[in-house]
Design a protein around this ligand. Structure first.
Ligand SMILES: *Cc1c(COP(=O)(O)O)cnc(C)c1O
Length: 368
């Protein structure tokens, strides 16, 4: 069996460091926020090249706080994409704002900047691009439009720790950037976790208060806040893992290059290509299939796990029926939902496993 990702292999590789960090927190008594979380914030801000980082309990909370700090609320509209995890859209709904979709472009499956201006209204307040699979969206074009219309750009960087666009780190290109530390993400906690990064001092101050009950000081609640705090144990674990993130990213990029060179000329699948001005961190290695059902069958027959990201675009989810969309509204996202398939990808993946995956995928080219 080749798994889609292997969290146990990662733990085994760094077990002594993780165990030490956890035991130290247990002894410290700092179970919520505390010194380890504060150090993680500084180190993650440095990693993202921003002035501030605010640790929270999930990536979804990070998105919610970033929107609130940008002043988004009921009656506002936030532009995002339908080809994403549901949390992007849910976070917009939490604020009372309305998600407004624009389609993705076919090469990177990230927000198509040429479609943004057509959906801007007097109620539009922000644009939330998603750095899908670990590759950043076309940020210069998105920022230029945002600037022209006075909109905030909030990056959903939940899949893009350490990704770059023209040499700039994910999270540092918009007014703020949101990360998830869900276990399967490129930097993953042993539980839930998230982070917002920003270089805007005002936004940072607001988010710091909002994550901890809107307190300016203990029991002085200056705004209606939330309990979005990060656990001390997760902070300590994430500090250990952050030290390994660059090496893990290099390994992911090598695996992706190996897959892509082996798929060159394939009639079964076409890999998504890395853009010349970007550093893709391959949270997900996705291919476009000629006949996805056939590829799924041969992978299953060979005991190879895979994922679909995402089989139903957000505008066609039952949960968002109130937005009134129907099939055909966002054809590029809808085609991706039918054609894209995600292959095993994690730093510990072996060359031998990659070869097995490729041969299973290619089998379909002759069978079908
Ligand atoms: C994982 C993810 C989130 C949500 O993160 P959680 O930590 O699970 O709340 C949001 N957006 C995208 C694109 C994601 O992949």
């Amino acid at each position: 069996m080749i798994p889609f990702l292997d969290l146990k292999a990662q733990y085994a590789a760094i077990k002594p460091e993780i165990d030490r960090a956890v035991l130290d927190v247990l002894a410290s008594g700092q179970y919520v926020l505390g010194d380890e979380v504060a150090r993680l914030e500084q180190e993650f801000a440095d990693y993202c090249e921003t002035r501030h980082a605010i640790a929270v309990n999930t990536g979804t909370s990070a998105l919610h706080l970033a929107l609130l700090a940008a002043g988004i609320g009921p009656g506002d509209e936030v532009i995002t994409v339908p080809l994403t995890f549901v949390a992007t859209v849910s976070a917009i709904c939490y604020t009372g704002a309305r998600p407004v979709f624009v389609d993705v472009e076919p090469v990177t499956l990230t927000m198509d900047p040429s479609r943004i201006e057509a959906v801007i209204t007097p109620r539009t307040k922000a644009i939330m691009p998603v750095h899908l699979y670990g590759q950043m969206a076309e940020m210069d074009a998105i920022n230029a439009i945002a600037e022209r219309h006075g909109l905030a750009v909030i990056e959903d960087a939940c899949q893009a720790h350490g990704a770059e666009y023209k040499g700039r780190r994910a999270g540092s290109v918009g007014v703020s950037g949101c990360f998830s530390f869900y276990p399967g993400k490129n930097l993953g906690a042993c539980g839930e976790g998230g982070m917002v990064v920003t270089s805007n001092d005002e936004h940072a101050k607001t988010m710091r208060m909002l994550r901890d009950w809107g307190q300016e000081q203990r029991y002085h609640h200056v705004m209606k806040g939330f309990n979005y705090r990060m656990d001390g144990i997760q902070g300590a674990i994430l500090r250990v893992k952050l030290r390994h993130l660059e090496a893990w990213t290099r390994a992911r990029r090598e695996h992706a290059a190996r897959y892509s060179s082996m798929f060159a000329g394939s009639t079964a699948v076409r890999p998504l290509v890395e853009q010349a001005d970007r550093r893709h961190v391959y949270h997900i290695y996705a291919v476009r299939c000629r006949d996805r059902a056939a590829v799924q069958r041969s992978l299953q027959a060979d005991g190879i796990q895979f994922g679909l990201h995402y089989p139903i675009p957000a505008h066609l989810q039952k949960a968002h029926a109130d937005l009134g969309h129907r099939v055909g509204d966002f054809p590029v996202s809808e085609a991706a939902a039918h054609e894209m398939l995600s292959l095993p990808m994690y730093p510990e993946l072996s060359a031998k496993a990659i070869a097995r995956v490729v041969s299973a995928v290619e089998q379909d080219a002759y069978v079908g």
